[in-house]
Design a binder for this molecule. Sequence first.
Ligand code: F6P
Length: 326
Amino acid sequence: MGNPIKRIGVLTSGGDAPGMNAAVRAVVRTALGQGLECVGIRRGWNGLVNGDFFPMTSSSVSHILASGGTILYTARSKEFMTPEGQEKAVATCKMLGIDAVVAIGGDGTFRGALDLSRRGVEVVGIPATIDNDVGCTNYTIGFDTACNTAVQCIDKLRDTMQSHERCSVVEVMGRHAGYLALYVGISVGATAVLIPEVEVDFQRDVAEQIRRSRLLGNTHFMIVVAEGAGSAMDIGQRIHEELGIDPRVTILGHIQRGGSPTARDRETATRMGYAAVQALLNGNGSSIITAHDGHLVTIPIEEALQQTKHLQMERYDVLEALHTHQ
Ligand code: F6P
C-alpha cells in the first residue's frame, strides 16, 4: 500500500527564530526528494484560515539556509484559536489537497497543531523559539543564535562600562522563561541575573551582589534581567536610589530575534526538518520532533504538550559561585 500522504503544507508561527528558514528548506527538499508535493502557508495558522499559500519547489528555498527571519512570514493567529477558524483551516487543507502540515514554532503553535490534528489533519511540529521554553524538548531552534547575539552586544557594552566604571542593566528577552538570561549571564560573567522563575528580592539579588562585587575590587557591574523578571528601567532606578550609582539601562529587544543562524541552529533545524517529513512518511503524524542530548525523538503531540521542563538551577549556582570568588 502506498503512503497516503501526497502533499504537505509547511508554516512558521509565533515569534520568529533564526533557523526557521533552515527548517523550512529541509522540510521542502526532503519532501520533494520523497516524491511529495509542498505548499508554503504564509503567516502561520492565519494562512490556513485565509487560504494564503503558494506551491513550493526546490528553488523556493534556495539561498535561505543562512538567513534569519522566515520567508513564510509568521503571526500569532487569534482566529485559528476559535472552532470556526479551525474549521476554515480544515476546509483550506481539503480544498488544496493538503494531507499533512509541518508547523514550526513554540508551545502556542503546538496547541494549534493538536487542535488541527483532532480535526483530522496530520500535523508534525518542529520547536523553534529563542526562549527555549518548550517543555518536551531540551532545545529549540533559534536559542543559540539569540544567546550569541546577546553575548556580542553585552561584550560591547562591557567595554564602555569598564572604561567609565559604570553599572549596566541589560534586559534580554524571555517573558516567561529565563533560559536566555541565565545562559547569557553565565557567558558574560554577569554580576547578577534576574529570571522570571525566581521571585526577585532586590536587596538579595541585586544590591548585595553589587556590594559584594565592589568589595572584591570591581568597578563596573553587569546586571542581566529577563524581561519577565521585571523592568530593567525600574531595576536601574532602584540601583540609583539605593546604592547611589548611576547605571545605564539597555534593552536589547528584537535584535535578539534576528540575524544569521549559528551552525548549531542551522544543523538542528535541518535535521528536524528532515525528521518531520520522515515522521509523516512513517505514519507518525500528530507528533513533535524533540531534541534530547543531540538525539531527535518523535513524540505524540498530546504527550509532548503535557511535558514540562525546569530551568537547570545549577546554572544559577554556577553564576553565584564564580561571582563570590571573583
Ligand atoms: O518569541 C518569544 C519572544 O521573543 C519572547 O521572549 C518575547 O517576550 C516575545 O517573543 C515578544 O514578542 P513580540 O513579537 O510580540 O514582540
